[in-house]
Design a protein. Sequence first.
Length: 130
Amino acid sequence: MNAEAPLIPDQDFFTMGEACRIAQVAPYTLRYWEARVGFPRPARRSSGHRRYGRADLETIFEIKRLLVGRRLTAAGARKALLERRRAVRTGFRPDGADGTSDAVGAGGAAARLLHEVGKELKELASELAK
């Protein structure tokens, strides 16, 4: 699924209906994602209604891309989102230049590979120094 996310209107907060209309998903789908994937986590008004921010909408688009485009399960999408957030915090970005993350699940494997390559390079350097 290479379709870009629709433009987000210039406002700070959105109701559930507005978020569903923009993301083109049903309200029950959005509630399911909140429960099963754990994201987005919209703020609640005093009346209990959900208030989605711009970051929440971007998360919704990412979840939709993972579930529909990459055909992941809800658990797989949760894991991919958590790994991406962890990678952003540590500064390691396994995604490509276009911002899509096909290697998010390989983040740990990539780190192990880099560690092994570094270890081998140190061994080679020590052998050459002899």
